[in-house]
Write a protein that binds this ligand. Structure first.
Ligand SMILES: Nc1ncnc2c1ncn2[C@@H]1O[C@H](COP(=O)(O)OP(=O)(O)OP(=O)(O)O)[C@@H](O)[C@H]1O
Ligand SMILES: [Mg+2]
Length: 321
């Protein structure tokens, strides 16, 4: 705000002043103001007194604006650094949580196979065929855990996924085997309806299996938490009209509250006492990195359905060829 006032200064003392800047004056409301003042002079006759028209510019606003600009400029410079830091911290947090989340399953499987191997070894007589088989499983689970860790690192680095030619039906069958124990423990019956002649998907086989495992484990956990009704899990695959392959995981659990449906894919969103809330956010990152889509909706007559569509790329051979 610029305050402008007219002064009639009658003293010589005042007349000697041309332009002055900087004194602090009081405003009518008592607040202080930094002024810049000047006096266009007009001599009135030959008297020594000057009749002067003075003006006072209240520069408080300007000074404040300058100070604010300085602060905001500094903040502007610092914000990207803060953001970069918090992004890095968030990424590190998500990376750690993702790895912890995803390697849990192969580690558990490895421990189970190792215990089985010891049992077969301690049997009288020892069953070496079973021991060999268990050791082979351990090796493949350890390799899978290694693949998961490097896959998550690639996801965070936003590196493009590997380009294996993935037979989705075969990948689903393997995953169903891997999660069979968990389903049985929760009294869940598992059914698969796999489409014929699906195209191969170009992508990271381990990552795509991680997606399916997470969706299946969620479905089993959701049904395991309900006490009523049959617990049915249906995993289906089909050719998608957009030249891709679609996969659906349907359960007969409590379903998703419509208000929460958007948030379930957020990292660290969980309604479970022991959940990390990372499963779906990892699924979404993987599916997006493969150029696909993932979404959730209500199943009929009850429960939830998670669907994903993966593109197959051009000129991909189908299994039938
Ligand atoms: N099949 C489902 N039925 C009902 N709710 C589900 C289902 N799948 C996911 N949700 C909801 O979405 C939330 C987020 O799932 P997400 O897999 O990301 O994390 P989580 O399962 O809670 O924990 P984590 O997977 O890290 O152990 C769940 O806590 C649950 O509320
Ligand atoms: Mg989960």
């Amino acid at each position: 705000m610029m305050r402008f006032c007219v002064l009639w200064a009658m003293t010589e003392k005042l007349s000697k002043r041309g332009v002055c800047a900087g004194p602090t004056s009081r405003r009518p409301n008592g607040s202080s103001a930094t002024d810049e003042s000047g006096y266009p002079r007009s001599r009135r006759g030959d008297t020594t007194a000057f009749r002067e028209v003075g003006f006072v510019l209240d520069l408080s606003e300007r000074k404040r604006a300058e100070a604010e600009a300085l602060v905001s400029e500094r903040r502007y410079r610092e914000v990207p650094m803060e953001l970069a830091h918090s992004n890095r911290a968030a990424t590190m947090g998500q990376l750690t949580a993702s790895i912890a989340h995803e390697v849990q399953q192969p580690i558990t499987a490895t421990a189970t196979y190792a215990s089985a191997a010891l049992r077969w070894l301690n049997a009288k007589p020892a069953n070496l065929d079973e021991v060999r088989q268990a050791l082979e499983y351990i090796v493949s689970e350890a390799m899978r855990a290694g693949g998961i860790v490097s896959g998550i690192r690639d996801l965070v680095r936003k590196a493009p996924p590997r380009k294996d030619r993935v037979d989705i039906n075969e990948a689903v069958r393997e995953v169903v085997e891997l999660t069979r124990g968990e389903a049985a423990k929760n009294d869940v019956s598992v059914q698969t309806v796999l489409g014929d002649g699906l195209q191969l998907v170009l992508g990271d086989r381990v990552q795509l299996q991680q997606v399916m495992i997470n969706l299946i484990v969620n479905a089993v956990e959701a049904m395991g938490a309900t006490s009523t009704g049959p617990r049915e899990l249906l995993i289906s695959t089909a050719a998608d009209s957009s030249n891709g392959v679609s996969i659906a995981v349907r359960d007969s659990g409590p379903g998703l509250p419509p208000a929460e449906i958007r948030r379930i894919f957020d990292p660290f969103y969980t309604t479970k006492e022991n959940g990390l809330g990372m499963g779906l956010s990892i699924c979404l990152s993987i599916v997006k990195a493969h150029g696909g889509r993932l979404w959730a909706s209500a199943n009929v007559p009850r429960g939830a359905v998670f669907q994903l569509v993966l593109p197959c790329g051009q000129a991909e051979q189908t299994l039938a060829q």
